[in-house]
Design a protein around this ligand. Sequence first.
Ligand SMILES: *Cc1c(COP(=O)(O)O)cnc(C)c1O
Length: 435
Amino acid sequence: MTPLDHFQRDWQAFEQAHVWHPYAAMPAATPPFAVRSAQGVRLKLEDGRELIDGMSSWWAAIHGYNHPVLNAAIQSQLEQMSHVMFGGLTHRPAAELAALLVELTPAPLDQVFFTDSGSVAVEVAIKMALQYWHAKGCPEKGRLLTVRGGYHGDTFGAMAVCDPVTGMHHLFAHALPKHLFAPAPGCPFSEAWDDDCIAEFRALLQAHHQQIAAVILEPIVQGAGGMRFYNPEYLQQARILCDEYDVLLIFDEIATGFGRTGELFATDHAGISPDILCVGKALTGGYMSLAATLTTREISAQISQDGTPFMHGPTFMANPLACAVAIASIKLLLDSPWRSRVAAIESRFRLGLERCRGLPGVHDVRSLGAIGVIEFNDPLDMHWIQPLLVEKGVWLRPFGRLLYAMPPFIISDEELEKIITVMVEITHSVSRNHA
Ligand SMILES: *Cc1c(COP(=O)(O)O)cnc(C)c1O
């Protein structure tokens, strides 16, 4: 049977035999569910079942799926052009998106570099920091300082600053540059600040600042590295320490940007600005792959002294379709009551998930913005849990010891209650098996 015959006879069987999925074996340990279409917060499966989406397709689809305004934006750009190279050419959608990003992010960030994925935005941020210190005559500043429990993407530069143990990349440890890791920020978001939290971070900066180009952090929320929410004071202290020791500060807001944590950007909780900021994921409302790295005029000027180019330039840089849908998505967000929607999601998670606190096997329950998390003591059995979630009519994708949801902001009260009910039911089952 030829590959096309196989596809024609049973495309899902063909797919499972030939197509890789994220962080999966080949074939995948648990087969993927085939989606026919998606609308609002509903995913419609090929077998006719409908799932309430609790994932926003990994932080991205904040307005839900198949949104008429976003569809219209992409269609109207399509009539003009879908893509042109960005080397030597430019277009209005890139300029307008840059204007929005410069306006919305903290003040000194006003130089925008577009990339096609979050990981590459992180690579660009790291390269900016290294090129900056090189241009300043400090090439010995070539290392990065970060914290444990982080996740910054899957490419080599980004992998090297992910958590060395839980960061999914320990297989490649021998091939990665050795950076410096402080403990994960231990002070929770809404508890009193304890200066001990940042003591080791401070000690590492003190000892190694002459070799450190930049600190890189996910502000407030450590996402794929463990879904932990930490104190804004940590960021304020990090800002002060970076200034004191002449080290750049990079914030990776690829997961947290565009309202997810209750502020437009997570850095706004701390009221400070990094020197370099990465955004992605929800930038296009989940429609297309697009990311951006912003920095200050001081840094771009240093990098570019005597006309030195910054050495990066993806083929699909600033893709016009992606820029057009990003502009529409940001405007849609700003025109919506996103702040009260996210606050309402937070309080529903808080009330609803709290019922699971203290159950056998449950380590912690927490929520911040439009993110609700149940952390267990032991890893969850995906073979059992993934089909059960689908049977119950919700789309959640637990990982490790975490059952969590980050739904589109437009989710209705009833739909959110359904997600919470299923999370609580699953937790009771896990808890019963545990007892
Ligand atoms: C998802 C993510 C990335 C990587 O983005 P991709 O688009 O998957 O390459 C980087 N940093 C954070 C914080 C993320 O959540």
